[in-house]
Design a protein around this ligand. Structure first.
Ligand code: KE4
Length: 430
């Protein structure tokens, strides 16, 4: 496949930006080779600078649940731009998006709009510490909550992909109050509370992990998180930046009894524009400045263009819920990907919740980071490029989830499965 223009662009990009990218997750570090430089997108497809067309299963790492350039979102953005791009002052659109978020997530009574998931989780941590007057935060190995110093400890996603789960530059001081537990391991979280009791401000977790690949929570684990935090007066922060509006309109917490104190949202909530949110119980959220004394601010927070995309996306999801269709398409894809690997004799497991899933090159179900770390990431790299060369764009890491959009068709799924069968046979012969 000709990718000369992409290559030239990447060479120049590396002279201009560290690694030639503006997010480490896009660097293809774990799969080798170079990123593909995208020219445009439409529906379920990406088109690179050389005119190659790819079936897109990244969807901008989650936001594009409706597919690219959905007419309703494009129209809303066009109309918003006619009125200006940023005022740095309140707008009615912020009220409208706030109402949509509050109506969607049962545990959320108030929200603060921000520009990225990292900002949302950073604010959540600060709020939890301000509200409780405590310092310690608990997170889980392999969970990724954005590039927040205190959360870049044993992190997933690009941090795990590129072997930097504990980033340089994160000082001992920044990380000393972060405790690491094992996902799906009630004993590990119980032991932390037994040792630290009332010094813990909050536990933050992914209700379906996307950032060590897709890992499904066991229900006793979810129940333990809520009972332990409640028993010890710590807040429970449910990071739904990826799962919000993805696994269900109301997020993972609408599928299972989680009842968090705070929730972070992003990705789909912004319809592909830079927008995220922190939400939760009103009496907690009212500790955020200017209502309370926990500082938070942002030049472009609640920006009219970003809110227009978010409102259009959520209204479309409300009025034409794609979740049944996504379930059918994703189930068809999952069955086909598993069949392809099985027929080729490649040890694998697959985890899926709704339209997010991961095919792991490991013969055991992946339940936590210790198991995820045993995956055959070299085989995943072969799989990634085999699919890429067959015009299927998958996540560039074993430790990410793929996403099906409402723009994908049964034919797209079947073509993806056919590409997977060829790719797996090709891998099995190496
Ligand atoms: P952002 O700051 O990237 O908007 O959101 C951080 C974040 C927070 N919480 C969860 C559960 C997340 O998945 C993320 C970001 N996800 C990664 C992909 N796994 C974003 C991709 C990237 O970093 O480029």
């Amino acid at each position: 496949m000709i990718r000369e223009k992409s290559h030239a662009a990447v060479v120049r990009a590396k002279e201009l930006m560290p690694g030639g990218v503006n997010s480490a997750a896009r660097a293809f570090g774990a799969v080798g080779g170079e990123p593909i430089v995208i020219d445009r997108a439409e529906g379920a497809y990406l088109f690179d600078l050389d005119g190659n067309q790819y079936l897109d299963y990244i969807g901008s790492w989650g936001p594009m649940i409706l597919g690219h350039r959905h007419p309703r979102v494009v129209a809303a953005l066009t109309a918003a731009i006619e009125r200006g791009t940023s005022y740095g002052a309140p707008t009615l659109a912020e009220n409208e998006l706030a109402e949509l978020l509050i109506d969607a997530v049962a545990s959320v009574e108030k929200v603060r709009l921000v520009n990225s998931g990292s900002e949302a989780t950073m604010t959540a941590i600060r709020l939890a510490r301000g509200y409780t007057g405590r310092d310690l935060i608990v997170k889980f190995a392999g969970n990724y909550h954005g590039h927040v110093d205190s959360l870049l400890v044993a992190a997933g996603s690009a941090a795990a992909t590129l072997g930097a789960p504990d980033s340089q530059g994160v000082t001992t001081g920044a990380a000393k109050d972060t405790l690491i537990a094992n996902y799906n391991d009630v004993g590990s979280i119980s032991a932390i509370f037994a040792e630290h009791e009332e010094r813990i401000a909050a536990v933050i977790f992914e209700p379906v992990v996307g950032n060590m690949g897709c890992v499904i929570p066991q229900h006793d684990f979810l129940a333990a998180l809520r009972s332990l935090t409640r028993e010890h007066g710590a807040l429970l922060i449910c990071d739904e930046v990826m799962t919000g509006f993805r696994v269900a309109y109301g997020g993972a917490q609408s599928l299972w009894p989680i009842d968090p104190d705070l929730t972070t949202l992003g990705k789909i909530a912004g319809g592909g524009m830079p927008l995220a949110a922190l939400g939760g119980r009103g009496e907690i959220m009212d500790h955020i400045l200017p209502a309370g004394k926990v500082f938070q601010a942002g030049t472009l927070s609640g920006n009219p263009i970003a809110t227009a995309a978010g409102i259009a996306t959520l209204r479309e999801l409300q009025e034409h819920p794609p979740y049944e269709r996504l379930e059918q398409l994703a189930a068809r894809l999952a069955a086909g990907l598993q069949e392809a690997a099985t027929e080729a004799g490649l040890p694998h497991t697959l985890a899926r919740v709704g339209s997010m899933m991961t095919l792991f090159f490991h013969d055991q179900p992946v339940t936590d980071w210790d198991v995820a770390a045993q995956c055959d990431t070299q085989r995943y790299a072969q799989y990634f490029w085999g699919m890429m060369d067959r015009n299927v764009y998958l996540p560039c890491s074993q430790y990410e989830a793929l996403f099906v959009s409402a723009a994908h068709t049964e034919d797209d799924i079947d073509r993806t499965v056919a590409a997977a069968k060829q790719t797996c046979q090709q891998i099995a012969q190496t």
